[in-house]
Write a protein that binds this ligand. Structure first.
Ligand code: IFG
Length: 411
């Protein structure tokens, strides 16, 4: 009866608590439910005696991919900060963490065959800070820490655009043979690898090989967004070769949905983010889609006009709007059964440290976690906002500086 990998049963009786599942992952999800019940009951009890609501839960997720994305390229985040975010995400049964490891402003992962990527490309960030990078040992540590909490890491090397940090590190990656300057602004769409040089594909293969060896997860994300200075024909040629390399290292290719113009393998996972050039009409009906719409999923969108951090090019994203939508029906041209799940990216142009991350991610990522787990017919804002109101004390307890949205009657 545990037909889902993550399904579990939780029984709370007067003299015992039982968790049953078909897999360790199912048991883990059940433990996180019990943990939440225990901590919230403790925090809201009006006595020191801990009492739990009795009953029986049979549970399993609505989507197989319930993700968060952290952009560590615009601003670098330490291993400790990443682990802290992983702990919080696992409390809400998020099961994928997409790592945006490279961009114009920073290269964040050591590549032994191309050492200057980290040595030079890792030395700056938006605003001119010192940046930083993960050694391969750091990265393996993060991957293992996530794996121990049943979270799969999805590495992203954004290609061929969003590559200034690599172009500043190696002159030979540039068509004119000259290294670019490190970039600390927040413009996008101005960089491209040189798709006609063989060095470019040696670079791409070495990077994909070294990172694939460190990340056991099924996906390798090759970006593809905002390649505004790569002619479409060149973009497609580049992507066709890069997609072959991803498959050579036994990974399922993943990419922003601009990838659609290339000759993508059927199993490619396309990440929909609601860009102006809407490809939703041409996405093949058999492709799987990860819903990451900028106007509903982007955690760097301001809550409202007075939110001190974040951007608002995709509109404001208050707590209710971030919760009250359905990934299966958001984009009419996409079939419901194409939607593998959802992911909440936190782009960090304006996000510098963990407190900044906490303000933008909490409480909105909690709503995304529920959308990923609970079917639409079982969800409604009134019920959710009431339950959410008890999590303020939990986040306070964990010293997570969440946004105390006024629309929630925080307990
Ligand atoms: N779009 C860019 C991101 C980031 C974002 C900020 C995608 C796929 C705007 N690409 O979203 O790099 O700059 O909200």
């Amino acid at each position: 009866k545990f037909d889902e990998v993550e399904a579990y049963e939780l029984e709370i009786e007067s003299d015992e608590v039982n968790i049953k599942a078909g897999t360790a992952e199912g048991i883990y999800r059940g433990i996180k439910t019990l943990e939440q019940l225990v901590v919230l009951s403790h925090l809201h009890a009006n006595s020191n005696f801990l009492s739990l609501p009795g009953g029986e839960i049979e549970d399993h997720p609505s989507f197989e991919y319930r993700g968060a994305m952290l952009d560590v390229a615009r601003h670098f985040f330490s291993v400790a900060d990443v682990k802290r975010y992983i702990d919080l995400l696992s409390s809400y049964k998020i099961n994928f963490l997409h790592f945006h490891l490279s961009d114009d402003q920073g290269w964040r992962i050591e590549i032994k065959s191309w050492p200057k990527l980290a040595e030079i490309g890792g030395q700056s960030e938006v605003g001119g800070g010192t940046g930083g990078f993960y050694t391969q040992e750091d990265f393996r540590e993060i991957v293992q820490y996530a794996k121990d909490r049943f979270i799969t890491i999805v590495p992203e090397i954004d290609l061929p655009g969003h590559t200034n940090a690599a172009l500043a590190s190696y002159a030979e990656l540039n068509c004119n043979g000259k290294a670019t300057e490190l970039y600390t602004g927040i413009e996008v769409g101005f960089s491209t690898l040189c798709v006609d040089k063989e060095e470019t594909y040696e670079f791409v293969e070495d990077v994909i090989r070294e990172i694939s060896e460190m990340s056991p997860g099924p996906y390798f994300h090759i970006g593809g967004d905002e390649s505004h200075v790569t002619p479409e024909e060149d973009f497609n040629r580049f992507m066709d070769r890069t997609l072959e390399i991803v498959k050579k290292y036994d990974k399922i290719p993943m990419g922003w949905y601009e990838l659609i113009t290339a000759d993508i393998p059927e199993e490619t996972l396309l990440q929909y983010w609601a860009k102006s050039a809407d490809f939703s009409k041409v996405i093949p009906k058999k492709s799987k889609i990860l819903m990451s719409s900028a106007s509903y999923n982007y955690l760097d969108m301001k809550y409202d006009s007075i939110t001190p951090l974040g951007l608002h090019w995709a509109g404001y994203l208050p707590v209710k709007k971030a919760y009250d939508w359905d990934p299966r029906s958001l984009v009419p041209d996409l079939d419901a059964d194409q939607i593998i799940g959802l992911e909440a990216p936190l782009w960090t142009e304006t996000i510098e440290d963990f407190d900044d991350l906490a303000l933008m991610a909490f409480p909105r990522i909690i709503g995304h976690a529920e959308i990923g787990w609970t079917p639409k017919k079982r969800r409604n804002w009134e019920d959710y906002s009431q339950r959410l109101s008890y999590h303020g004390s939990l986040l306070d307890h964990l010293e997570v500086k969440y946004y105390g949205a006024e629309e929630i009657d925080w307990k």
